[in-house]
Design a protein. Structure first.
Length: 345
């Protein structure tokens, strides 16, 4: 056939016939019907930066906009003065999250980071003005508390749909501030999601992540540690806690639905062999809160993933968590394992 007389073999339209496929949903996956697809679901923790959908503050200064403190740009900022009681800055999430850290970033030396736990936020805190500033996780919606990471269905102090950073007028006076400025506020936390369960997947009790920022003390010639920190990341740690003691066979990391890493675990540990692009930078270990146990290195009540940034260049606003947003741990409960499984080769 030549181009000028090509007749497309008499084909100008294509018709496709078939049946509409309806994927399984949480309400249908357990239906025990002939021919039905049955998936077992698991609750997992998704970790990372919490998307901030809006911001507000006490009296905004001149033409500044509160949104400038969450626009992802370090060269813009939200400036505000106090109302009758305090200076405050409030950011809103699009859903309920359990918060691990709140950071007020500054390109100079006044970055702050507050750690949040079940009891609330602020201890520990790193930065120059820690003892003067209050950080609170707020929940202003009527959300079913059973969706929160808590077996007793009680809203924890670090779970909600927003964060408020505030300082009293009295404390501001002590510091000599007439107004406050937020270059960029960042929040890091977790959310429970439903996923198709992997065979042998261990149920998680809780999770927590910690980002450690670069300490500028030695650079500035200051002996007091962690008072002056930058927006550069020095390490990231993710801790997963199990409901019971398990012996871990494999740890997998996912970025949404894509597997990014896989570590096989044996009686002497979990780091090798590893499959993934960043195996050399990531240390995986099984943790054990019982110091008197004699279990192998792959048996315990949790898993820790540690990444050192000493050889890498990552700032908070560009941090992609090495493509890790979910962790799947595969293993066996300790009381179902035979003694022969603990033998070293």
């Amino acid at each position: 056939c030549k181009l000028l007389n090509f007749d497309y073999f008499g084909i100008s339209e294509i018709a496709v016939t078939g049946q509409l496929y309806v994927g399984p949903t949480p309400t249908s996956v357990y239906q025990d019907e002939p021919g039905a697809l049955c998936f077992e679901l698991a609750l997992r923790q998704t970790v990372g930066e919490v998307e901030l959908k809006s911001a507000e503050s006490s009296i905004i200064l001149r033409y500044n906009d509160p949104e400038l403190g969450i626009d992802g740009k370090m060269d813009t900022s939200a400036k505000f003065v106090s109302d009758e009681d305090s200076f405050w800055y409030h950011v809103h999430f699009d859903d309920i999250y359990c918060v691990d850290q709140v950071m007020s970033l500054d390109s100079d030396i006044y970055t702050h980071t507050w750690t949040c736990m079940e009891s609330g936020c602020g201890d520990p805190c790193e930065g120059r003005m820690c003892k003067y500033v209050d950080v609170t996780v707020l929940n202003e919606s009527n959300v079913d508390e059973s969706s929160i990471e808590d077996e007793n269905k009680i809203m924890r102090g670090n779970c909600g749909n927003g964060v408020k950073v505030s300082i009293t007028k009295e404390n501001a006076k002590k510091l000599g501030y007439d107004f406050f400025e937020v270059s960029e506020l960042a929040v890091f936390g977790r959310q429970l999601v439903q996923r198709q369960k992997v065979n042998g997947e261990i149920e998680n009790l809780s999770a927590a992540q910690t980002i450690t920022l670069k300490d500028l003390s030695s650079h500035l010639g200051i002996k007091a540690k962690r008072r002056y920190i930058s927006d550069e990341i020095s390490s990231w740690t993710l801790k997963i806690t199990f409901q019971n003691v398990h012996c871990v066979d494999e740890v997998q990391s996912f970025d949404e639905n894509t597997k990014t890493h896989s570590w096989n675990c044996f009686v002497d540990g979990c780091n090798t062999p590893c499959q993934g692009l960043l195996c050399e930078n990531i240390i995986v270990s099984v943790t054990n809160r019982r110091s008197d146990s004699v279990w192998p290195a792959n048996c315990g009540d949790g898993v820790q993933i540690f990444i050192s940034q000493s050889d890498l260049d990552n700032k908070v606003l560009d941090f992609d968590f090495f493509g890790i947003s979910e962790i799947v741990v595969i293993g066996r409960k300790l009381d179902t394992i035979q003694n022969s499984d603990f033998e070293f080769s």
